[in-house]
Design a protein around this ligand. Sequence first.
Ligand SMILES: Nc1ncnc2c1ncn2[C@@H]1O[C@H](COP(=O)(O)OP(=O)(O)OP(=O)(O)O)[C@@H](O)[C@H]1O
Ligand SMILES: O=C(O)c1cc(-c2cccc(F)c2)nc2ccccc12
Ligand SMILES: [Mg+2]
Length: 273
Amino acid sequence: ETSSQQKAWKITDFDLGKPLGKGKFGSAYLAREIVSGFICAIKVLNKSELRENKIEKQLRREVEIQSHLRHPNILRLYGYFHDEKKIYLILEFAAQGEMYKILQAKGCFQESEAASYIAQMTNALIYLHGKHVIHRDIKPENLLLSADGRLKIADFGWSVHAPTSRRKTLCGTLDYLPPEMVEGKDHNNAVDLWSLGVLTFEFLVGSPPFEDFSGHDATYRRIASVDLKIPDTISPEAADLIARLLKYSPSKRIPLVEVLNHPWIRKHVPDPY
Ligand SMILES: Nc1ncnc2c1ncn2[C@@H]1O[C@H](COP(=O)(O)OP(=O)(O)OP(=O)(O)O)[C@@H](O)[C@H]1O
Ligand SMILES: O=C(O)c1cc(-c2cccc(F)c2)nc2ccccc12
Ligand SMILES: [Mg+2]
């Protein structure tokens, strides 16, 4: 094939290694491309399951979006192929696995580690929003960590081109959703700013700010009323950044470039240059 055309891969081009984990619709495996020795992750999905759950369109959108993105903090999708029964996604391998498992094991992160991850997230979101892509599903479950400790945004299953309105019913936790999404209103890339605020809070506290175990309605009410209680165990700078991201009005949320300049980030994350 010419360099511009992607090679037509098949599963026998790869040696499959250990299972990396099972998701809702797919299982991921460590894999090595036999000729080059290149290490990657291969996510295997069943066409029948995709059809049953009516998510072919979402998968095609996820693949279309992720395959065109090139950023150090966004998990690469190198290519995909399918045979009669399965779809295979060739993904960058993130050796340290899921961020939420690391967070769960540690309880919460030190402020310097949390600030480093939030700066990486912010850089990835600046790149994404620059391409008019909003992720809409930022949460620790969708973040992976590479061998050298770099955060990788994965799972573009909910990403879309901005601005948009939601047609699909929400499933899973509401914890990360901004008021405009839980209220079913139109929304734009400011939804990722809200989720960045929720993520910062959860990295430092160990649980999301509007969590309410009595159920979706209680969480919904706490999000819609921005019922935010920031514990005094976290620094005033961190609290200030969280409060500037968790604003009810999307246009009042601190812009991404100002997040990078915020004292809490500047204190912990040296300028790369
Ligand atoms: N590129 C990767 N590198 C390392 N581990 C991975 C990779 N992709 C997936 N995994 C592991 O496999 C698990 C399942 O993969 P994934 O989360 O993509 O499937 P999924 O949960 O069905 O997707 P979704 O979260 O959209 O439902 C992940 O939770 C993660 O632990
Ligand atoms: O049999 C197919 O042609 C097929 C292709 C694809 C597909 C093609 C490109 C990218 C992508 F993400 C998915 N998804 C499917 C889902 C369910 C059933 C069949 C298919
Ligand atoms: Mg997953």
